[in-house]
Design a protein around this ligand. Structure first.
Ligand code: GDP
Length: 300
């Protein structure tokens, strides 16, 4: 939590700053409410969720007779947690089956942090005593397989790679096959995220999934989203949810943005739980997502 707070603080959370400004006011007047709305919007919470959150806050402060801006922080935190989903199931399905490894697929637009997240997640699993096999199915970006191989040796995992420009589905197939042979616990497959057109993407990811399913169904499909791309990234992410059955979101680069409120927007818009957050480029900069801790850090 301390690290999360430090990382978010480094990005100077606009919500935290907005709230600080509010603390200097005495009354919750219209100006104050406007300022709250403003800071939620600036933090990328999104227009609709912001409207709803402010509406509920106004109602609650009216009922409770809240006058102190200090008390407002607690109420706002509650509303933000509720908007994110307090009891949402964020279980990451990485536990091996009796006869095969757990299969995790990493999807998302290029540059969002898929390869890095594969490496960091492998690190978490290895530290947890699991054996991990990485599959370099991003065969389109020349450096992707090298990057994944570097991560593998760094965190103590094995890697399967194919020829450059080869068939991603073939690499995915071979990775799972080897994972079964070697009795590996978890297989993580990095994919390419070329968004040239929806049909192309659908064909490619569809084929990857189909081919893997000859060994067993994918247990977890994680969609990686770059928090710094805000609402634009959200639109791109939506395309992925339309072509593949996404089971969890990974929000990366939260260390590099003041717009942490995007967590609320993406989860509500896509209806998929945020399961992991990326807080830097290093091997230990991946954290499981916890709504209460996150909001606490966000509010500074
Ligand atoms: P991919 O194309 O989706 O596989 O993206 P990469 O994994 O290659 O990441 C793209 C860039 O983003 C790299 O320079 C990463 O180091 C960086 N990156 C990934 N995750 C994070 C994060 O959580 N925080 C920061 N600051 N940088 C990140």
């Amino acid at each position: 939590l301390v690290r999360l707070r430090a990382r978010l603080a480094r990005s100077q959370s606009t919500l935290g700053r907005g709230l600080l400004t509010l603390l200097s006011r005495e009354h919750l007047d219209d100006d104050a409410w406007e300022a709250i709305e403003e800071s939620l919007l600036t933090a990328d919470v999104g227009v609709k969720p912001t409207g709803e959150i402010v509406e509920r806050l106004r109602e609650r402060t009216r009922v409770l007779g809240t006058r102190e801006v200090g008390e407002l922080r607690a109420l706002l935190a509650e509303e933000l947690v509720a908007a994110i989903g307090k009891d949402t199931d964020r279980t990451l399905h990485t536990t091996p089956h009796d006869d095969r490894p757990a299969i995790v697929l990493m999807v998302g637009v290029n540059g969002t942090g898929k390869t890095t997240t594969c490496g960091k997640l492998a690190r978490v699993l290895v530290a947890d005593g699991r054996t991990v096999l990485l599959g370099a199915a991003d065969t389109f970006r020349a450096a992707a397989a090298d990057q994944l191989t570097t991560w593998a040796s760094r965190v103590g995992a094995e890697v399967v790679r194919g020829p450059e420009g080869g068939d991603p589905a073939a690499v995915a197939f071979d990775t799972v096959k080897r994972g079964i042979q070697d009795k590996v616990d978890t297989v993580l497959i990095d994919t390419a995220g070329r968004l040239q057109n929806k049909t192309g993407l659908m064909d490619e990811l569809g084929k990857v999934k189909r081919v893997i399913s000859r060994h067993g169904e994918v247990d977890e499909t994680l969609l990686v989203l770059d928090a710094t791309t805000g609402q634009n990234g959200l639109a791109q992410a939506r395309v992925f949810t339309e072509v593949v059955d996404v089971t969890g979101l990974v929000l990366t680069k939260l260390d590099g943005t003041a717009k942490g409120g995007i967590v609320i927007a993406v989860q509500r818009e896509l209806g998929i739980p945020v399961k992991l957050v990326g807080l830097g480029e290093g091997p230990d900069d991946l954290a499981p997502f916890d709504a209460e801790q996150f909001v606490d850090a966000l509010l500074g």
